[in-house]
Design a protein around this ligand. Structure first.
Ligand SMILES: [Mg+2]
Length: 164
């Protein structure tokens, strides 16, 4: 159960206090694409997202995008960002997260995992031993399976609210 709880829950990636992350000793960012950075149907990064990546680079963070989506989608999306990228990751499997850690030459305790799904991004990040941040999904347009998972997530989030 605790592996499903994020350390932090925010509206959008823009609400993440990057300085606070750096002050926690975090030097590397693993981030999901779909519904975290852009909506499902958005092929390219928006200006705001490109600027956000510029900002994290300026602050000295290393970054890797990890997506369960196809190579085409991930490569195209990463064109304007030029960060490490892993496609068809099969999150929450540990392997892609460990690969990202290796790319960034860091350790799990210095890494944050940011994503919109508890059962892939947050579970994967927590299993790795990273700091985890859940964001509210951007688009409501989702695959059928994702919609089912959302219902389970809602139950869990209710529990988080109770604890707080
Ligand atoms: Mg996602």
């Amino acid at each position: 159960m605790s592996k499903l709880l994020p350390d932090l829950y925010v509206n959008t990636i823009f609400d993440i206090d990057l300085i606070a992350l750096r002050n926690r000793g975090i030097d590397s960012i693993i981030v999901d694409i779909d519904n975290t950075l852009v909506a499902w149907e958005t092929e390219y990064a928006s200006k705001e997202i490109i600027d956000w990546f510029k900002k994290i680079k300026e602050l000295g963070f290393k970054c890797c995008i990890i997506s369960n989506n196809t190579k085409d989608r991930v490569v195209k999306f990463n064109k304007s960002l030029e960060v490490y990228a892993i496609h068809r990751a099969v999150k929450p499997r540990k392997k892609p997260f460990l690969k990202a850690i290796k790319f960034m030459n860091t350790t799990p305790d210095k890494t944050v995992v940011i994503g919109d799904q508890i059962f892939t991004d947050i579970l994967g990040g927590n299993r790795l031993g990273a700091y985890t941040i859940l964001v509210v999904p951007i688009s409501k347009k989702e695959f059928f399976w994702t919609r089912i998972v959302r219902k389970l997530e809602k139950r869990i989030l209710k529990k988080i609210e109770k604890v707080n």
